[in-house]
Design a protein around this ligand. Sequence first.
Ligand SMILES: Cc1cc2nc3c(=O)[nH]c(=O)nc-3n(C[C@H](O)[C@H](O)[C@H](O)COP(=O)(O)OP(=O)(O)OC[C@H]3O[C@@H](n4cnc5c(N)ncnc54)[C@H](O)[C@@H]3O)c2cc1C
Ligand SMILES: Cc1ncc(C[n+]2csc(CCOP(=O)(O)OP(=O)(O)O)c2C)c(N)n1
Ligand SMILES: [Mg+2]
Length: 574
Amino acid sequence: MKRTGAQIVWEMLQRESVDVVFGMPGGSIMTTYHPRQEYGVRHVLVRHEQGAAHAADGYARASGRVGVALTTSGPGATNLTTGIATAMMDSIPIVCITGQVRTSSIGSDAFQEADITGITLPITKHNYLVTDVRDLARTIREAFYIASTGRPGPVLIDLPVDVQMAAIDFEPPHDEVNLPGYSSTWPVDPDSVERIASALAGAERPVILAGHGVVLSGAAHLLRTIAETAELPVATTLLGKGSFPDRHPLALGMMGMHGTAAANYAIQEADLLLALGMRFDDRVTGCLARYAPRARKIHVDLDPAEICKNVHADLGVVADVRDLLEQITPLISRSDRAAWIERIAVWKSDAAEREILSHLDSDALTAPEALHAIWRQTNGEALVVTDVGQNQMWAAQYYASSQPRSFLSSGGLGTMGFALPAAIGAQIARPSDEVWVIAGDGGFQMNVQELATVVQEDLPLRVAVLNNGYLGMVRQWQEQFYDKRYESTKLVNPDFMRLAEAYGLEAWRGTTADDAREAISQARTCRSACLIEFIVADEGEDGNVYPMVPAGAALHEMMQRPIAIGTRERGWSS
Ligand SMILES: Cc1cc2nc3c(=O)[nH]c(=O)nc-3n(C[C@H](O)[C@H](O)[C@H](O)COP(=O)(O)OP(=O)(O)OC[C@H]3O[C@@H](n4cnc5c(N)ncnc54)[C@H](O)[C@@H]3O)c2cc1C
Ligand SMILES: Cc1ncc(C[n+]2csc(CCOP(=O)(O)OP(=O)(O)O)c2C)c(N)n1
Ligand SMILES: [Mg+2]
């Protein structure tokens, strides 16, 4: 059967079970767009290609499938790069297909030519420039295979116009993908399984560090069984949130720079750390030289390059965390850790005394109040997509998660502007879920144009903008470490109500705790997209995220919220 390169693209996407593609057409990719409707693959037209990459990423995070973005050459392709780097840092499987100038023009500074394979080399797991249409089908299969197997990541395929147009007799490939030198699976070593089981049985103060790998591998249920059987406290990374229920009695909550005191103290006092699918990011470890000094460290990760990269592992195990937990479950014995659990309970109760919701400095609405209200009203069952900054940390702290893939956030690259487009992808992946965007006033404006995509696609997103009038996270550092010199962090914002109205969204503004609760309940009944602007405290204790481990400090040296003298409850209950 004769097929053009453009038709092969869609036929192969269909074969990979792709149901939606995020993108924007342009000169070098119009040929590929042309036959799309014949293949019935949905296309979501974004307003900026960064949004396409984030939407593909959000789709992948929410569904566990590969997200796909499609753009033209030159500026269309370069606009993808922040989204590709975001996916790379967080191990998210996406495939980006970019148009390219004709093969005969490559290297001639042709109109809208950019060397996108060169540009994305360090931010993709792999990339391809296809110069012969006969390689196209195989390349697309390989791209999906590489993106989704082993440690997941983004793959880019650059497709010159003449390759899109060329026609060949097409036979879809049927043989197995064969990539010499590429290993994606590692058999679990039975000896390591036994050593981990016996280390857990012998430990007096063990802590499990549950990371994104637990979510990606679908191992949350196994983690819970093991933790409950052996009474093991579990701390999660930001991206591991949802791998263990935040409100479980054995949950320590998030570890690291803005983690809970219980998690950070427990790590520093532990005699055994079992790290599962997490990469000891610097936000997680604080000062490396003084990280968990008493603990024997076992690190399980699918990527051999992660073992001993940041933290020395006494035992490093290269394995899929799910395979490993499956094998270890029958070997786990019941243990009594009463003394350790009691010690942790003391840290938890101290944290409860410092809880901001019971110690408010002013009458201003605080971000924790707004987020706690969203959590209560949605029963903790919403799919939350955060932006970056204080809003992100507060969302992590005050929106307790109970399910994997229900809290999506740009962790490694920390990309402001991520939340709205990523939520588009998440809502499309999970149409019946209640999806909330949590963004700051700064980051929201970085991809605010995607509100038009939300409306065009009729997606019922709930957008919460925490307006503190500042690039708040930077302002907090300036307050605490840069002599209170608020250099270039004050924002003069648009009227978010009128902005929402211009895009056709219903909107509310919350300036007090009561309005906040009312606005949330209105938003929850809204059948189409809507926005709430929460005017939140912008400075002082109510405007800062605690706890905080200052840069260079050890985890136990975290700054905690001071216990205030006056307690002014506003009727919030946990
Ligand atoms: C403003 C800001 C503040 C932050 N503060 C904090 C903080 O206080 N605490 C915090 O935790 N984070 C924080 N972060 C996020 C932080 O930067 C990292 O993104 C995060 O800690 C990474 O978590 P992770 O290692 O679990 O996930 P990833 O970075 O995604 O790493 C996952 C690891 O799991 C491995 N893996 C993948 N699949 C599997 C599998 N199937 N089996 C086994 N292994 C697998 C991968 O090889 C990788 O090593 C912050 C980010 C920002 C932007
Ligand atoms: C694209 C990008 N530019 C700059 C930064 C640095 N940065 C991190 S947090 C932050 C402030 C975010 O402000 P806002 O979106 O209002 O959120 P807030 O911290 O106030 O909740 C900045 C500028 C970043 N993470 N990403
Ligand atoms: Mg802000």
